[in-house]
Each structure stands twice: as structure tokens, then as C-alpha cells.
Design a protein around this ligand. Structure first.
Ligand code: ACO
Length: 433
């Protein structure tokens, strides 16, 4: 075994540099010493979209994209989805260990007792246009929470952070449900403290005139598993936004609103909405081959396919594909499932997709399940944002206590003009020269 270093030769100067290799990376700052001449700024790396740059050290989530492995704090996602509840996973992601029975009991009680929002939050939501997209309401309302809890800005105080984390996890289902009720023109439903997290969310969404909302346990469990699968996914676009905003020491509500805004994009959390539109547009199994041909010609993408990290089957998609059948046994078969299954079959045997390692991702089946649970497509990214709140907060906390971290501030390669002058200053500059 050789040394854990790499030797770089600068062919501009003939100089050699020995740079340490740690955890399969070199420290980008070690390149700064490499200069063509003494006035040179020093070598940088150019990595738009962070294709090959580790931005942090993290002990929360592990992904092996080639093997299709996803683990939270070391536990395989398949085991967690089978055995645990979303609130246990929330604790696991935040604290690093699964809760003891006592810890879990206290955590559930704490979360339950922070689910209510102030009355003026409801009035804030009322102010939105009747057809406002619920994700727009969600992003704005989460951001507005920072004005209700101004002490949240003391992000260096661990006890304060703990309280805001609890508030956010408890209140995001309420805000999400109210964004839905507003759009449907329905009155807001109070949280029901007798119910578990996802059961209460269903209650706040769907309760009508009945005294007590009857939660269907299979639906509640299906939603809980969906939440488990979406809880964290290491350094994705929205988590990077959360860390980036949080790095300026913004309060967690403002940072989380930014993360949720990043999630809203169709290439990220908006993809399951896009999948449904795509499946509807295809409409029938017979229309799949011409659609696939269009995609191969570069006219659009197969939504719900492909992933920056997974170059094999997304393990979350595998769990959801199975779960879809269980949910449809209760809700009735979603006719778009046939289109989805056939589309997957055709794509996975087509050279174009095989060569590019494009497999179904988590969004491919989640949209179908959400639709069968009677969620309008506009709610899909909101349903993603609720569980991902846990991941964003775990990553935010980890970032704040990491001594390596500072305010995020990438470099650029400047490609604009060298100096030029306004006509009014031209003469003076010429005279000075
Ligand atoms: N359909 C058709 N072709 C695709 C797709 C797709 N869904 N995804 C990638 N490709 C092709 C690209 O055209 C490119 O082909 P080329 O090499 O001939 O130019 C090649 O595969 C590589 O694509 P990139 O865009 O470089 O891959 P990248 O890692 O940047 O993108 C992304 C990943 C954004 C997820 C992409 O696969 C995509 O747009 N998928 C559809 C949207 C989607 O499902 N997003 C959800 C992601 S999961 C999540 O956020 C929860």
C-alpha cells in the first residue's frame, strides 16, 4: 500500500506538489498553493452542479447509487420501512439512534402537542388566491413562521434549536393540510391529539362533518411508509439549499422555506406531479412506444426516470411499486398503473435507457399512490416536503455543529468584460493612462 497522497505536476512551471488524500478526496484548498506565477490566485476546481465535489462530512444517510443501497444512520431503508414508524425515523435521523420506548413515547407526545398553528397563520393562508398552488402556500407559510418565533434566530443555542426542530416537524403537516383545505374551499380542521402523526394529517385533510375522523389503518401505514422513504436523501438540491441558507445563520424557518422552494422544481420534488401529467398524456398502453421514441429523440424526458446518484433501481421505487398494489386493493386500481408498469418494462429493455442507466426513481410510483389516496397532483410536492423537513433539519443541525463549516460561498470563473468605462469617464481614464 502506497502513501495516502497524490503528486501533481504543474506542466506550466514543472513544479510538483504532494497533496494528502483523505476519505477518497483531496481538499480543494490544497490546490491553492499551485500557482503559475507568484501573482497568480492559485488553482481552483470548476464543478458546476457539484458533480464531483463533497460539500460536507455527514453521518446521516448513506447511498450507494451503483448498488441501489440507501441507509439511514446505517440501517437499510427496506428494514426501516418494514418495521418502524415515521416518527421513530425522525428521531433516528435527528439523534443518530432509534428511540427507546420511553424516548419514543415522550417524542410522540411532544410532536402531538406542537401541531397547532396560531390563528393569524390561518388568516395568512386565507389571504392567498382561491386557486393558489399549495406548495406556494407551504413555502410562504413556513417562511412566515420565523416572524411568529423570532427567538429562532438564536441558532447557536442548542436548546433553542431543539425547540424549533420540534415545532417545525409538528407544524408542517398542519400547514400542508391547511394549504389543501384552502384550495378546496373547506374549513381548517383542528389537529386531533388522539391520533398518530400521519393519521392526524389525514384527519386535518379529509375530515368533513363527522365528530371524529375514522383513520383507515392501511392508508395511514402506507402514508407513514411514504414519509419514511422521503425523510432524507443526503446532499440533494433542497438539502444543499437548506445547508447553504443555514450557513449564513438564518433561522430554520427561513432556511426551510428556501429548501422547500428548491424541492418545488420539476427536476426534484415536483417530479411526481410531472410523472402523473406524463402518464395522463400517454393515456394508454398502446401510446407508449411512440412516446418513448419522442423521448429518445430528445423531445422531453421520461419523468420519474433517472437520478444523479442512482445508476440502478432506486430502492425506494421498489418498495413503492409493491406498496401500490396494497393501496389499490383498498382504493381501487389506478388505471394509470398499467401505463406505468408497461412504460417501465419497455424503458428497462430499451438500449437508450439501459446505456444511460436510467431506472425508475422514487417519484415514478409515489404519484400514482398519492392520486389513489385522493390527493390532487398539486399536493404531491407538499407531501414530499413534510417528511423531508426531518432530513433538512437533521442536516441543518449537523452543519451548524460541524467545525469545518463556514458560510457557503463558492468561487466563480469570471467570463465578463475586462475593465471598460462609461463615456463620461473615458477621457479621464485616457488622461490618467
Ligand atoms: N428521460 C430521458 N433521458 C434522460 C432522463 C430521462 N428521465 N434522465 C436523463 N436522461 C438522459 C439525458 O438526456 C442524458 O443523455 P445524453 O448523455 O445523451 O445527453 C443522460 O441521460 C444523462 O442525463 P443528465 O441530465 O446529465 O443526468 P443528471 O444526473 O444531470 O440528471 C435528473 C438527473 C435531473 C434526475 C434526470 O435524470 C431527470 O431529469 N429525470 C427526470 C426528472 C425526475 O424524475 N426527477 C426526480 C429525481 S428524484 C428526486 O428528486 C426525488
Amino acid at each position: 500500500m502506497g502513501k495516502d497522497t497524490i503528486t501533481l505536476t504543474d506542466n506550466r512551471t514543472g513544479k510538483q506538489y504532494e497533496v494528502p488524500v483523505k476519505d477518497g478526496t483531496i481538499n480543494a484548498m490544497d490546490l491553492r498553493q499551485i500557482k503559475a506565477d507568484p501573482d497568480d490566485f492559485g488553482l481552483m476546481t470548476y464543478d458546476p452542479a457539484f458533480m464531483n465535489t463533497a460539500n460536507c462530512r455527514s453521518a446521516i444517510t448513506f447511498i450507494d447509487g451503483d448498488k441501489g443501497i440507501l441507509r439511514y444512520r446505517g440501517y437499510p431503508i427496506e428494514e426501516l420501512a418494514e418495521e418502524k414508524t415515521f416518527l421513530e425515523i425522525a428521531w433516528l435521523l435527528l439523534k443518530g439512534e432509534l428511540p427507546s420506548r420511553e424516548e419514543y413515547g415522550a417524542w410522540k407526545t411532544d410532536v402531538t402537542h406542537h401541531t397547532m398553528v396560531r390563528e393569524n397563520i390561518k388568516r395568512l393562508i386565507d389571504g392567498f388566491q382561491y386557486d393558489a398552488h399549495p406548495m406556494g402556500i407551504f413555502v410562504s407559510t413556513v417562511g412566515a413562521l420565523s416572524t411568529f418565533y423570532p427567538e429562532a434566530k438564536h441558532v447557536d443555542d442548542p436548546a433553542n434549536r431543539k425547540l424549533q426542530i420540534l415545532r417545525l416537524i409538528a407544524k408542517v403537516p398542519t400547514i400542508a393540510a391547511y394549504s389543501y383545505r384552502h384550495r378546496m374551499g373547506l374549513p381548517y380542521v383542528m389537529p386531533d391529539n388522539d391520533l398518530y402523526y400521519t393519521g392526524n394529517f389525514l384527519n386535518m385533510l379529509f375530515k368533513m362533518a363527522e365528530l371524529k375522523y375514522a383513520v383507515n389503518p392501511t392508508i395511514e401505514r402506507a402514508l407513514d411508509i411514504l414519509f419514511i422513504l422521503h425523510a432524507d436523501h443526503e446532499q440533494n438540491c433542497s438539502t444543499t439549499a437548506m445547508r447553504g441558507i443555514g450557513s449564513s445563520r438564518a433561522d430554520p424557518y427561513s432556511a426551510l422555506a428556501g429548501a422547500a422552494a428548491a424541492l418545488y422544481g420539476p427536476l426534484h420534488g415536483g417530479a411526481n406531479e410531472a410523472v402523473l401529467h406524463m402518464l395522463k398524456e400517454i393515456g394508454s398502453v398502446s401510446a407508449i412506444p411512440p412516446f418513448v421514441e419522442k423521448v429518445k429523440k430528445g423531445e422531453g424526458r421520461l419523468m420519474g426516470f433517472g437520478h444523479r446518484i442512482y445508476k440502478s433501481y432506486d430502492p425506494r421505487a421498489r418498495i413503492l411499486k409493491e406498496m401500490a398494489h396494497k393501496v389499490f386493493a383498498i382504493t381501487g386500481r389506478n388505471r394509470l398503473l398499467d401505463v406505468a408498469l408497461e412504460l417501465e418494462r419497455i424503458a428497462l429493455s430499451d438500449e437508450y435507457f439501459v446505456k444511460r442507466k436510467l431506472y425508475p426513481n422514487v417519484d415514478f410510483y409515489s404519484g400514482l399512490i398519492y392520486q389513489s389516496l385522493k390527493f390532487p397532483v398539486e399536493m404531491f410536492p407538499v407531501l414530499f416536503a413534510i417528511p423531508r423537513t426531518v432530513g433538512w433539519l437533521a442536516q441543518w443541525e449537523e452543519m451548524l455543529v460541524d467545525p469545518d463549516q463556514k458560510i457557503a460561498r463558492p468561487r466563480q470563473i469570471y467570463t465578463g468584460y475586462d475593465v471598460r468605462h462609461l463615456p463620461e469617464f473615458e477621457k479621464q481614464e485616457t488622461a490618467r493612462a
